[in-house]
Write a protein that binds this ligand. Structure first.
Ligand code: PXP
Length: 241
C-alpha cells in the first residue's frame, strides 16, 4: 500500500499570481493531515517562484506528519535546509527557465558534490531522497553516494504518447524499483501522476510513497483540498474514488 506525499507548491503559485497573502500554503498542511496524507512536500526553489522562506519555516513549525523539502543542491538552499531541519530532503535538478522539474538528477555526473552534501544531511538525521530517472546507472550512483532513498521520475510514463510507450516506461519503473529494492534503497515515485495514471504506479508493491502535486491541487479548486487528498488516498490505497 503506497503512501501519499502531497506537494502543496501550487497553492503558493496561485498566491504569487497576485503577490498577495492568499491562498496560504501553510493552511493546507492541516487539511492534508486531516485527509490522511503521509507527508507534506514543498519545493523551495532558488527563484522563490512559489514557496518562500517564510512558508517552509512555518510548515516546519506546525506540521505533524513528515515534512519533505524538495530542493536543489545550490549552496544557499542547502544551508537553509540544514538550519530548518525537515524530516526529509528530496534533491532535484533545477533550471530557472523550466516550468517544473524536467528530468532526474544526474547523480553519475554530480556524485562527488552529492556525496558531501548527503553526508551533511545525514549528520543531522535528515533522510535523503534523490529524484532520478529510472536508470540502473543512476541507481548505482545513488547507492555510491549513500542516499537513503530514490524517487523515480514518472514523467515519461505519465506523458507517454500512446499505450505502448506508456507500457515501456512502466516497465522501466518496475525494473528500476526491483533493482533499487534489491540493493536496499527505499523507493518513491512521482511527477505527472494524476487520478487517471497513479493507481498503476501505486500498485507496484515495493514503491513506498507517491509524491503528487499538480493533479491534487487542480481537483482541490473544484472539490476542496481535503476531499481531493482523500480521493487520491482512496484511489492509490483502495482503488475507489
Ligand atoms: N516529485 C518531484 C521530485 C517533483 O519535482 C514534483 C514536482 O514538483 C513532484 C513529485 C510532483 O509532481 P506533480 O506536480 O506533477 O504531481
Amino acid at each position: 500500500m503506497s503512501k501519499l506525499g502531497v506537494n502543496i507548491d501550487h497553492i503558493a503559485t496561485v498566491r504569487q499570481a497576485r503577490k498577495t497573502f492568499e491562498p496560504d500554503p501553510v493552511r493546507a498542511v492541516h487539511l492534508c493531515e486531516i485527509a490522511g496524507a503521509d507527508s507534506i512536500v514543498s519545493h523551495l526553489r532558488e527563484d522563490r517562484r512559489h514557496i518562500n522562506d517564510r512558508d517552509v519555516r512555518l510548515i516546519k513549525e506546525i506540521v505533524n506528519i513528515r515534512f519533505n523539502l524538495e530542493m536543489s543542491i545550490a549552496a544557499e538552499i542547502v544551508d537553509i535546509a540544514l538550519k530548518l531541519g525537515p524530516d526529509q530532503v528530496s534533491l532535484v535538478p533545477e533550471k530557472r527557465e523550466e516550468v517544473t522539474t524536467e528530468g532526474g538528477l544526474d547523480v553519475v555526473l554530480k556524485r562527488n558534490e552529492l556525496k558531501k552534501t548527503i553526508q551533511r544531511f545525514k549528520d543531522k538525521d535528515i533522510i535523503v531522497n534523490l529524484f532520478i530517472d529510472p536508470e540502473i546507472s543512476q541507481i548505482e550512483a545513488s547507492l555510491e553516494v549513500n542516499s537513503d532513498a530514490i524517487e523515480l521520475h514518472t514523467g515519461s510514463y505519465a506523458n507517454a504518447a500512446n499505450q505502448s510507450a506508456m507500457e515501456d516506461e512502466f516497465k522501466k519503473i518496475v525494473d528500476a524499483t526491483d533493482y533499487a529494492r534489491k540493493h536496499g534503497l527505499t523507493v518513491h515515485a512521482g511527477h505527472g501522476l494524476t487520478y487517471f495514471n497513479a493507481k498503476k504506479i501505486a500498485d507496484i508493491k515495493e514503491i513506498e510513497e507517491l509524491n503528487i502535486g499538480h493533479s491534487i491541487i487542480s481537483r482541490a479548486v473544484f472539490v476542496g483540498l481535503e476531499r481531493a487528498v482523500k480521493d487520491m488516498m482512496n484511489l492509490i490505497k483502495c482503488n475507489q474514488v
